[in-house]
Design a protein around this ligand. Sequence first.
Ligand SMILES: [Zn+2]
Length: 418
Amino acid sequence: MAILVVASGNYGQVLQDIYDITGGDGGLGEGDSGNPAFILITYQQDNSGQFGPDRINDLINNVACNVVVVGDNPTTVVAPYKLCQVRGVTGPLTGGQVNVVYETTQCNGEGYFVFDADGNQIPDPNTAILFHELSHAYHKCIGDYPGPGAAAEFQAITDENGLRAQLGLPLRDPNNNKQAGCTDCGAGGQPPPSNNCLIATAALGSPLAPDVVFLRHIRDSVLRCSKLGCQLFDEFWAQYYTFSPSIADKMAVSSPFRNQITRLAVQPLVQFLTWAYDYVQGGWQADDFAARVESDLRVSAQTLSTDSFTLSSLENLLGKQRNDQYIVWGLLVPLRLYWAAATDLERSPDKGVIGMRVKAQIGDWLSAVPIPAGYRSLSESEIHQDLVLLNERIFTSPELRQVFEKRLWQRLRGCGDN
Ligand SMILES: [Zn+2]
């Protein structure tokens, strides 16, 4: 039915790899997926009769399921593995969709290897890695996937060899799924690069769940495009990483705990950020913004529990990071605002009041964004350039812009509050 490429992370490399698999077929194109988080791949095949392009054509135009592809980095965790340990992962077929995530950097250029029939190491380039995972996805879609294990690997490696022959690459031993290369992959110790929403992934079950994709989209398309956003995200991540792995681990073994974190924190945060995203995209001047907030709240507030797990239980899980300004701003304030609004909406049936309050709070929250210390080392003209970006993406309301700029210049001239 379709191949959709997630439009964040290393998607440029994914597009390149698909193009290379088709032998550089100019019939490959991009269509409108109806969702900015996904790039729809279209294909009017020219290079027919070759294994790679025929398979891509089947996936795009013939089989009855969608394949969603993400390009990611070596240390991204797709539980229980780091991507550099497995190169790629193909999820189950659910709701007509199969998700594929693969490592697009060749272990940051170090290179990956697999084995030929004589036991020699041979290269494992991106095209082979992606095609291997697409083969698993294809067989899941058409219903002849034998289940995880040697038979499935034999099937995928045999397909992969079809592509390898087309591209003039050495062929693999289909009975040998061993991999080599990427010396430091097992070492660990380093925090993973900031490309994985650990808790959200644990809560929502997959790095490809729509809400996780949305969070990535916020990070890559809203935050990371500006210097302020980048620095802010790095500061936030450094704190977040000190507590998130242990929470994610606990979620993996306890489903009641996973449900609590999902209902208490992940869903409310995603909801709050959805409103904030809507706000900066023009919601601040939309008449129905408050009404939309309230109708969202009515739906999602039903999932809030009345059990003993509260926001202060969550704060306790964060240790001393609960006082960190980035965690407070990025995590705790949104959750407090969300929870107060959900609680008050149940009490006060007055239409619009809570929605208007949330709207004002979102504006205040945005203009109170922490200004990272590293921002001071920018030159005045760099800051002006950054402000142009920020005003396009975040401070789209003139009022917010004014409040933020006043704060910013006060702060940079050393007489501000934070
Ligand atoms: Zn495989």
